[in-house]
Design a protein around this ligand. Sequence first.
Ligand code: AMP
Length: 553
Amino acid sequence: MEFSKLVEHLEKVENTQASLEKIDILSSLYSESEDHLEDVVMLSLGRISPAWQDLDLGISSKSVVDIIAMASGRKEEEVEEVWKTSGDLGDAAEEMIENKKQQRLMTKELTVEKVMNRLQKVSEMEKQGISQSVSQDKKKKLLADLLSSAEPAEARYLARMMLENLRIGIGEGTVRDALDQAFLNGEHSELVQQAYDYSNDFRQVAKASRKGTEELDKIDLQLFRPVKSMLAQKVESIEDGFDTVGEPAAVDFKYDGLRAQIHVKEGEVKIFTRRLENITDQFPDVKKYVEKQVDSENCIIDSEIVGMKDGEVIPFQRLSKRIKRKYEIEKLRNEIPVDLRPFDLIYEEESLMEKPYSERWKRLEEVIDENEDVRLADHIETSIVEDVNEMQQSSLGENHEGVMMKSLDAEYKPGSRVGYMVKLKPVMETLDLAIIGAQWSEGRKSGWLGRLKLGCWNDETGEYEMVGRMSSGLTDEQLEEVTERLKPLIKSEEGRDVELRPEVLVEVEYEEIQESPTYESGFALRFPRLKSFRDDKEEADSKEKLENLYDSQ
Ligand code: AMP
């Protein structure tokens, strides 16, 4: 197919906001793409290969500036000038090539095949990692050569393809629907989606869609090709959790780490993230753990990589440094050591996707040989709310995130947020605090005290210290009650502010404890809400308790 034909369609897609129209345009493009359907589909997504294949062009914006300059015979500064004004290197490429056009002799027409081959060649060079500067120069020359045979409109999209971002608002869902419309009368988008969830490869899905539903149905799990991870819904309470996943249910610790889908194929190991990136090189330690502790030559394990040093959890923020790191991997590995916590098995010499979770878990137990680095996720099976609560408390106590509840008889549904697995919103322990000050309200609520200052007790100084203000979320009745209780306790007033004797204690819920440079306690509650008056209590919670809670969040 001529590249110009692809570009014509991309332009049309870019010029409409309507997603149905985008689908129409792509669908007609796909149905006309005889031999090169796979390339056309990939390029319409601005990609040269699926994420898990590790083929990146490795071209920076600065390099694209150089490439445009080389191809158009203009100065880099001129290219940068246009880039700065429009913010898009595609525009810059189009304009520069347009200017060059007048002096150009006949050039050969670009084809989709030629463009794809050239881009792939460049990404192979990136992968082989020939000495940095040499390969950069060579890559730029190859791409400049391609760009110099482009028409202006083609140059616009070529430049964006080099950056692997077409900026035309086409996502995976659009491509799915367009394939469905082009080849399956628009009646099988679910099947196309399923094939994609299993393969994460639109080349294969496109080919199969053209052949029909039977071919699509055949697309299955394959080792070394990651599937989408099953996702969790969120529930507010343990009871809601049981309602969703059924009882008895499995209850696992929820670790605050990195989701890792680990493939073992004939003893060889590859590790993929939830976004399907291959991170095997970044985690040589995990690779080793799997080689030693997994008793299977062919399997796919769903797991969490957890940062862990001397028995203490390393927060995800620090762990995440390891994901992108290409150099000094050993050094970082010592700084941020990890444990592996497997929690599901979706392949073991055969696909286990459709087997019930209880069976997959049993097989996982057989396959994993536990040691200090690799331990099955903490896991119980129960119908009792109190058991789940206990799990939740011990998980939080060990600085993990809470618990996941899972349906024992459910299959593994890749990519879906189906209710086979739910995460329980962590319950924050409430705090009992004193109301140490307030402010007279204005407008409709004038006459009532609001903006209540909350204080915790500092044992060392023997004084209350502020941890936040509770202002929103109080009902009129509560405001009235609060005012009545507080009025007799007013010590002094200044403008609308009042200082109070700290005799009213309230139980407070909140989203989070944050560090605060403004309040004397050093802490601030995020979104504090009144839960109840604590008339049964005389002492507010101490600052020490806040410190402990803060550390355990
Ligand atoms: P969220 O990222 O908040 O949607 O929560 C789901 C994530 O929890 C998954 O993607 C996993 O990375 C993580 N996770 C931690 N422990 C478990 C577990 N035992 N079972 C399933 N997912 C877990």
